[in-house]
Design a protein around this ligand. Structure first.
Ligand code: ATP
Length: 300
């Protein structure tokens, strides 16, 4: 398959601080890729560089083998960014028509309406009067107006209600099925798990994982053991157990992520530390995400 996105050794400095640090990846036609990571990890900056909206301090970005800011490249991209700003004084239908006319081969208006779930009454509304969730829907329609080959979505479902969100992801699945290349960021891990074929996981400006949700989850398959113990008890011995990087305390419980819960149980009884209410759970995706992206700070 054709390479659509190429990011090579890209870094971005803001005021002497690295927001994105030596990131490289390549995305082929038809891939659906989620960029995940905690706040400030560098996801939006990477997306902005990918789109030619921010210039990298180092490294190179190419879309369709060309510079992202070229007109012929821009015509093939649909973008939905976090901030939705609409031109005042136009109805939704007028705005969509205007934007459609920028493109050589726009989507038909009825297709746009069907794909995005805009209603007849939305189309007649002045764009600036739409609610937050309706504006996101309009923003999605504007992204699709030019019938793009590459669709880039930065936290697209923020502000959408459950029904709008389902409609949105059904459309993304349909577009992916047509062979469109899709890149999105989200803080809802289940959206990435359900939709993406590939996850790029960012932490502190670096890309720390690149794989399918299954591959990423396989890395996350540590179990969690938690218990209540007197806060004065030393837990040093547990840090030596396989896979234990940190020991957390939350709501009076000690929480340990490990690939060897048997060993922790053994130590709990051998060390006679008086642990109560011991619980063992398989790693949840949320907790697992925390394991991969947590910084050294925050551990005991
Ligand atoms: N225009 C800017 N000027 C200065 N610093 C910036 C700018 N844009 C981003 N940053 C900084 O770069 C780092 C990465 O920010 P970025 O918005 O890329 O993170 P993110 O992963 O998208 O976060 P979020 O999940 O909160 O949207 C942060 O420390 C942020 O403060």
């Amino acid at each position: 398959m054709r390479e659509i996105v190429s990011v090579k050794n890209v870094s971005k400095m803001f005021h002497g601080k690295k927001a994105v640090d030596d990131v490289s990846f390549s995305i082929k036609q038809g891939e659906v890729t989620a960029i995940l990571g905690p706040n400030g990890a560098g996801k939006s900056t990477t997306i902005h560089m990918l789109l030619g909206l921010v210039h990298p301090s180092e490294g190179e970005v190419a879309l369709f083998g060309q510079r992202p800011d070229l007109k012929e490249v821009r015509e093939k991209i649909g973008i939905m960014l976090q901030e939705v700003s609409v031109m005042p004084g136009l109805k939704v239908s007028e705005l969509l028509d205007l934007v459609r006319h920028y493109y050589p081969e726009p989507l038909a208006m009825e297709d746009l309406v069907r794909l995005t779930g805009l209603t007849e009454s939305d189309l007649k509304t002045m764009a600036e009067k739409l609610s937050g969730g309706q504006k996101r829907r309009l923003s999605f329609a504007l992204a699709l107006a030019g019938n793009p080959d590459l669709i880039v979505l930065d936290e697209p479902t923020v502000g959408m209600d459950t029904i709008a969100r389902k409609y949105f992801w059904d459309t993304i699945h349909a577009l992916a099925h047509q062979g469109k290349t899709i890149i999105f960021t989200t803080h809802y891990l289940e959206e990435a798990d359900d939709t993406a074929g590939r996850i790029l996981l960012f932490k502190e400006g670096r890309m720390i994982e690149d794989g399918s949700p299954e591959q990423i989850k396989a890395k996350l398959k540590k179990k969690t053991i938690s218990f209540i113990v007197d806060p004065s008890v030393s837990l040093e011995a547990f840090l030596k157990v396989s896979g234990v990087k940190h020991i957390f305390r939350r709501n009076g419980r000690v929480i340990i992520h490990t690939d060897d819960t048997d060993r922790i149980l053994y130590l709990l009884f051998e060390e006679k530390i008086g642990a109560r209410d011991i619980q063992i759970e398989s790693g949840k995706l949320e907790e697992a995400f925390e394991q991969l992206t947590v910084s050294q700070k925050g551990a005991i």
